[in-house]
Design a protein. Structure first.
Length: 315
């Protein structure tokens, strides 16, 4: 039996609101709301597709916050002449929220996945491995890719990638070691986009842009919002690429210490005023279907605020 890999059917920005009638119904009631009316205006009357898409991302988050009993103020000016998207208050906690939309810059190609690919998941190494290949790859080429990938996985280190090319030098496929997994064998990810590395840089650019809008002396939270499952991308951009560390002791029963490289947004005390970041995935109904929150180890928000953020955006 064959199965199809997931397809990223992300629409153009201008079509986003029309697919989310529930969100539009909620936003329609904001037209007389002194705080949320600007978001509704941009959502309904905006002509620029990116403006509409950004307003939709802010509306999705505002809807979640209002449903959870938060009081909101929008577009709060900062001393630097910029503005925060939201001031959020609940149960005596206050924080400033900066919503950034992660635009899709690729589409996953619908691949027909042969059962033979699953043989890689029997390899006894606790790794998350991404495998991708050219559309309409012939059976002999697929067999070659799987054989090369199996040998590569047996010996490769975190972050390494194998490219397979044909006699003309054209790429047939690739295999990349993404991260350590919790299970005893390989966990396979199908259809990793070519722009994976670029996605990390895009997330970090959004984080830097949000940082420039922080309210001084306050708790600032960044929410990265998108329609694809970018949890691992956001985590990697924030904490650093998974890497083998020779300056740390391995966990009991393991030979290699796993950690993070120095390319993370938070690495080495950088951007020290940034203490919490959330990732949010919007589903086809325009609701927050999944979310996660990361807290910095040093300087994390107070326990009550940390609990509130975990309730709003997940752990």
């Amino acid at each position: 039996m064959n199965v199809r890999a997931p397809v990223d059917g992300s629409p153009t920005a201008s079509s986003l609101p029309e697919r989310w009638p529930g969100l539009l119904d909620a936003a329609a009631g904001w037209r007389s709301d002194p705080e949320l009316a600007p978001i509704a205006a941009r959502l309904f009357a905006g002509r620029d597709p990116e403006t509409v898409a950004t307003a939709a991302a802010e509306a999705v988050v505002a809807r979640r916050l209002r449903e959870r009993g938060c009081a909101l103020r929008t577009e709060i000016p900062t001393p630097a002449g910029r503005s925060c998207d939201f001031e959020v208050r609940r149960d005596g906690c206050v924080f400033y929220l900066h919503v950034k939309r992660l635009r899709p810059r690729w589409e996953f190609t619908p691949l027909l996945v042969p059962d033979a690919v699953r043989v890689l998941e029997r390899i006894e190494r606790p790794l998350v491995v991404a495998l991708r290949w050219r559309e309409r790859l012939q059976l002999p080429e697929m067999r070659r890719l799987l054989a090369e990938a199996a040998s590569f996985i047996e010996a490769a280190q975190l972050g390494e990638e194998m490219l397979l090319r044909d006699e003309a030098g054209e790429e047939l496929g690739s295999c990349r070691i993404l991260a350590a997994s919790e299970g005893p064998t390989v966990s396979l990810v199908i259809g990793l986009p070519r722009e994976f590395g670029d996605a990390l840089h895009r997330v970090q650019r959004l984080l830097r842009k949000a940082f420039a809008q922080f309210m001084p002396g306050a708790v600032n939270v960044v929410a990265i919002v998108g329609e694809s499952d970018e949890r691992r991308t956001v985590e990697t951009a924030l904490l650093g690429s998974p890497a083998e560390r020779w300056d740390l002791l391995p966990r009991r029963g393991e030979r290699i210490a796993l950690g993070r490289a120095d390319d993370g947004f938070w690495h080495g005390g950088r951007f020290a005023e940034s203490h919490a970041v959330a990732w949010c995935r919007v589903n086809a109904e325009g609701e927050l279907a999944e979310s996660s929150t990361w807290f910095r180890q040093i300087g994390a928000p107070s326990p009550p605020l940390r609990g509130l953020l975990s309730e709003l955006f997940g752990r």
